[in-house]
Structures are given as C-alpha cells and as structure tokens.
Design a protein around this ligand. Sequence first.
Ligand code: PEP
Length: 250
Amino acid sequence: MSRRKLIAGNWKMNGSLAANQSLVQELLAGIGQPACDVVVCPPMAYLDQVRQLLAGSPVIALGAQNVSQHDNGAFTGDVSASMLQDVGVRYAIVGHSERRQHQAETDVHVAIKAQRALAAGITPIVCVGETLREREEGMTEFIVQRQLAAVIHLGGQGIRDIVVAYEPVWAIGTGKTATPEQAQAVHAVLRAQLRAASDDAAARVRILYGGSMNAGNAAELLAQPDIDGGLIGGAALKAPDFLKIVAAAG
Ligand code: PEP
C-alpha cells in the first residue's frame, strides 16, 4: 500500500498576528496542488487566526502543537480535544520531546492525549525519539518502542488512524540530521512494531521524520521506504524552505 506523504510544520512558540499572516499568505500563494498532505501547527493563541487565513483551504490543514489529556472541565490553562476540533483543528502533535522534557510528559500522558485526539476526530502526530546519550548507549530501539508501545496499548483499533513522528532529540533544532540510513533503520523498527499490533496499522500509519529536516536534505530522507513525510520545525517558519520540502515530498 502506498501512503500519501504528510509534511507538518511545527511553528513552536513563534509568530505574531503580522508574521503569521505573511507566512500563510506566502504558503497559499506558492503551494499549488501538492502531491502530499500539508499541515501547519501554530501556537494555540493563533489557531483561529490561521484557520481564517487558510479559509477552508483544501490543501493546507490546521494542526495544534498539543492537546489536553483531560476532558473539558476544571483544568486551568488546558485546551481539550473537543475545543480543538471545534475551531477546525485536524491534527495534533502529542509527546513532542520539548514537552516530554520541559512539561514532564510521560508515555502514559502521551498515550491518553493521543486517545483524546482520536476520540474527537483529530489525527494525533505521536512523537518518539531518543536523546544523544540514549543513542550512544545503544538504547534507541528500546526507547522508541517503549514510547510507541504506550500508544498502541491504549489505542486498540484506533492506532490505524495515528501518525508517528520519529524525532531523534539530538537532531531537533541542532542542525544535526539523522542520515537517511539512520532514520530509515528506526522507521523500519517502528513499522515492525505497528505490524505486530496490526497489519492494517503497519500499512496505513505514516511515519514522519523530524529533526533539522530542511530544503537541502528533505528529498534524500523522504526517498527512504519507511519515511512517509516530515515534521518540520525551524524550516517551517520560512515559506520558501517549507514549500521546497513540500515539493520534495511529491
Ligand atoms: C521539531 O521541533 O519537531 C523539529 C523537527 O524541529 P527542527 O526541524 O527545527 O529540528
């Protein structure tokens, strides 16, 4: 089964009303009819602005960078999956390493978040990845399998509808990219883990690579058999670079 590639832009905590407007306008003007799915994930505060700028674009979808593990109620500062769905969000990043590190999110939190998103009809982009130390200690497979196992365990049939993003922590925002061979090796491990859960999930689930993917290295990474797209940080803030990555996924 061939999987349509997905290019997702994670704007992180960047942007302003003015900067978002020019970025989205440049993206819409340059994107044409891409051969892949495209999503942009602005900060929560700007979701509605970006939804309006996208104006129902059939080409660029709206994503969130996080979702609460709780349902609606007394959770000050949280944003629930049903609220995200209400404002037009179709994808939500869960378990980004920056949240695992700075917000102490555990595998269980991430699995619950993925569940909440799925229940609201939002596609969770589940991030997994090892630190440099874990890689050097030969722990890469163990770490990514443990992180994905929590989501598979809670997800049941729903896992066929998730997206996985392999993001080696040492490659995020550092300019160090995993080589296509290093990335493919981990993607193959994740694919096998999905297959052990369900053939259907293994065939359908897109596994993105993230970590300093840019206009120069995207094509080679995206040519790997188990790399089904990219989760892009820094390069997603520059329309020409992001558009080149989208074109490389075609
Ligand atoms: C990310 O934050 O998900 C990411 C991949 O960042 P960068 O592309 O900047 O490494």
